[in-house]
Design a protein around this ligand. Structure first.
Ligand SMILES: NC(=O)c1ccc[n+]([C@@H]2O[C@H](COP(=O)([O-])OP(=O)(O)OC[C@H]3O[C@@H](n4cnc5c(N)ncnc54)[C@H](O)[C@@H]3O)[C@@H](O)[C@H]2O)c1
Ligand SMILES: [Zn+2]
Length: 282
């Protein structure tokens, strides 16, 4: 078994040698910025004691039915998260990673299930990000009257934290004035409007095709992606297989990697910080 130091050295070499870098991330990347991940009911309920009291799991809460049956509860959950993410600054690992990938001749692309907009906040190019579960900073009609998705930066949602209820007026559709909801893919969600994410996905595919066509060396840096909703982990592994990439998985708990790839059992800020220090060419 290789030691952590050996793995970090390997990761630094792989990142120095790479012509192009794909960054993949789940909720765990935000932990070092002070954001909660939702690791199991335990993690979710620790972050949301009022929801624990109601005995509602993450998959039950992240469900579009609440916008119909109890809009003030639905908007308490999303409104609280909206202001939390707006008020959070990305940790240093984001900026070090940006410095590394900006210098790559083949550039970079991000694939994240996070809806929090932290990569954009850290200065990554919005045209090089795919948010596979959508974004909390964009809204859509809850009872879709069309396919509009709009920027929500001008909308504030006030939440009574104790009662865990949003205080009306709740966000409204800019076209038909029905209730609005975040443009986030929820569980059992047939009304999610996907064209924003689809366009991001098309840009990601053409970047990956270019990386392959030009025979570029690809490194994939994955941070904070859990096993419960394995979309990000599967994406990292699939891209590594299909585009001959080397995967560097940074995760303090779920750090297992397929053989031939690199595991760094650390938090993302510390992991990126150490790899950055070990790189000869930054
Ligand atoms: N910030 C967000 O946007 C946000 C937050 C919570 C959940 N979600 C959504 O909920 C689902 C949750 O799945 P998930 O896999 O992203 O998260 P998860 O909460 O299921 O798992 C978090 C993972 O991060 C790891 N982790 C914990 N601390 C870390 C650290 N300091 N550095 C690096 N990794 C760390 C954990 O070991 C775990 O593997 C996703 O679909 C996502 O869309 C989004
Ligand atoms: Zn509408």
């Amino acid at each position: 078994m290789a030691t952590i130091e050996e793995n970090l050295n390997k990761a630094a070499r792989a990142l120095s040698d790479a012509d192009a870098v794909m960054i993949t991330a789940g909720a765990g990347i935000g932990v070092d910025s002070g954001l909660p991940d939702f690791r199991g009911n335990e993690g979710f309920w620790k972050a949301y004691p009022p929801i624990a009291k109601l005995g509602i799991s993450f998959s039950q809460m992240a469900n579009p039915q609440w916008f119909e049956t109890d809009p003030e509860l639905a908007w308490a959950f999303y409104g609280h998260r909206l202001s939390l993410y707006r008020n959070t600054s990305p940790h240093d690992g984001f900026f070090k990673l940006l410095e590394i990938v900006q210098k790559k001749q083949g550039s970079y692309f991000i694939f994240t299930s996070n809806v929090d907009g932290q990569f954009q906040k850290a200065g990554f190019d919005t045209e090089k990000i795919m948010e596979c579960h959508g974004s909390i900073h964009h809204f859509q009609c809850a009872n879709p009257c069309g396919s509009a998705i709009w920027d929500a930066s001008q909308v504030d949602v006030e939440v009574d934290e104790n009662a865990f209820r949003a205080i009306p007026p709740l966000p409204r559709c800019i076209h038909c004035t029905s209730l609005a909801r975040p443009n986030i893919l929820m569980f059992g969600d047939w009304d999610w409007i996907s064209h924003r994410t689809d366009s991001q996905g098309a840009r990601l595919s053409s970047w990956l095709n270019e990386v392959s066509a030009k025979k570029m060396k690809l490194a994939i840096v994955e941070m904070g992606a859990g096993n419960a909703v394995p979309t990000v982990r599967m994406q990292s592994e699939q891209v590594a297989r299909m585009h001959k990439g080397l995967l560097i998985r940074i995760n303090p708990r779920d750090y297992f990697v397929p053989s031939g790839h690199i595991s760094a059992p650390l938090g993302s800020e510390e992991g990126i910080g150490k790899i950055y220090e070990l790189m000869d060419e930054k």
